[in-house]
Design a binder for this molecule. Structure first.
Ligand SMILES: [Zn+2]
Length: 115
């Protein structure tokens, strides 16, 4: 029988969320200098490597978008935590399995509703 999380468990998940948030923000800061080198090298690189650079830039942009949505999910989870709704399914109101939160602490839905 799972009847929600105690405050100690919530603290653990808060730690996990804050660590992920810090990690994502650090990577975001790394990625900020990305466009520069591509422009600077443009004269010295051939067409192929320029395409490589463009492809890499596209991948970096896709990763940035993923990072943005991950950050948004983490922020929402922290808000739910502040409102004491964390760990409860946003759809059906049942507790979210702890194992599920251990894999994805930002999960807002129980396994049944996420399906
Ligand atoms: Zn549910």
């Amino acid at each position: 029988m799972d009847d929600g999380l105690n405050s100690e468990q919530i603290d653990q998940f808060r730690q996990m969320l804050l660590e992920r948030q810090a990690e994502l923000k650090a990577r975001e800061a790394d990625g900020a200098g990305w466009r520069g080198p591509v422009e600077l090298d443009q004269q010295s690189v051939g067409r192929l490597s320029r395409m490589d650079a463009m492809q890499q830039q596209e991948m970096a942009q896709a990763e940035a978008r993923r990072r943005q949505s991950d950050l948004a999910r983490i922020e929402m989870a922290l808000v739910r935590m502040a409102e004491e709704e964390y760990g409860w399914c946003a759809e059906c109101g049942e507790p979210i399995a702890r194992r599920r939160l251990e894999i994805d602490p930002a999960a807002a839905l129980c396994v049944g509703c996420a399906r």
